[in-house]
Write a protein that binds this ligand. Structure first.
Ligand code: URA
Length: 213
């Protein structure tokens, strides 16, 4: 099956999802959209009011800024793939809850498995932490290519945050310029994360041990 068809099939499954309470309040599931063959996937946090109304990611004010930032580096939303950690809107645009992330993240993992991007651009702190699967400071890593799990990741501030803070807007513009450089070169191979060695205790002879007492 083509990537596009695999995504369509997964989308149908997600549209019936009731794995968390957001399934009851949503108008639409915001599955994600774009080029299923893209080497770059942008991952945001969760749909907001406008995204919930139409079932598409990043269609509100933050989405307009994202469109501009993409256009500035010669990309368009149809040339990349855009998805979110959560597929349904948290009411009042509150932060995603851990149980919602746990319930929804497998769908994003499945999308990534199908698309096989060589680079994931995370938008905001929640997307960064969820994709890296560990606590990472966005202030420390934004605009730098990092590796975590099995991904090349380029962390970006969330466009919604940049809309409200001029310093973040400057940063995100600079980071997109850096992104342009990064995607013009071959992506680095993924280095396996160092695993902490688990020491297996040597076989102990119970008889010998008893003599010690
Ligand atoms: N913010 C997000 O994180 N995702 C959207 O789709 C819209 C706003």
């Amino acid at each position: 099956m083509e990537k596009k068809e695999c995504l369509e099939e997964l989308k149908k499954k997600v549209e019936n999802c009731r794995n968390c309470s957001l399934g009851r309040s949503r108008k639409y599931v915001v599955f994600g959209e774009g080029n299923s063959e893209s080497k770059i996937v942008f991952v945001g946090e969760a749909p907001g009011y406008y995204e919930d109304q139409v079932g598409k990611p990043f269609v509100g004010q933050a989405g307009k800024l994202l469109d501009t930032l993409l256009a500035d580096i010669g990309l368009s939303r149809s040339s990349v793939y855009i998805a979110n950690i959560l597929k349904c809107r948290p009411l009042g645009n509150r932060d995603p809850l851990p149980e919602e992330i746990n319930a929804c993240k497998p769908y994003l993992m499945e999308q990534l498995k199908i698309i096989q991007p060589s680079l994931i651009c995370t938008l905001g702190r929640f997307a960064l932490i969820s994709i890296c699967n560990k606590s990472v400071s966005i202030t420390a890593v934004h605009g730098k290519l990092i590796q975590a799990e099995t991904y090349n990741i380029f962390p970006l501030y969330h466009p919604a945050a940049a809309l409200h803070q001029p310093t973040l807007l400057k940063s995100i513009k600079r980071d997109f310029a850096e992104l342009k450089e990064i995607i013009s070169k071959p992506m680095p191979k993924i280095k396996p994360e160092p695993k902490t060695e688990i020491k297996i205790p040597e076989k102990t002879n119970v008889q010998e041990q008893m003599k010690l007492f």
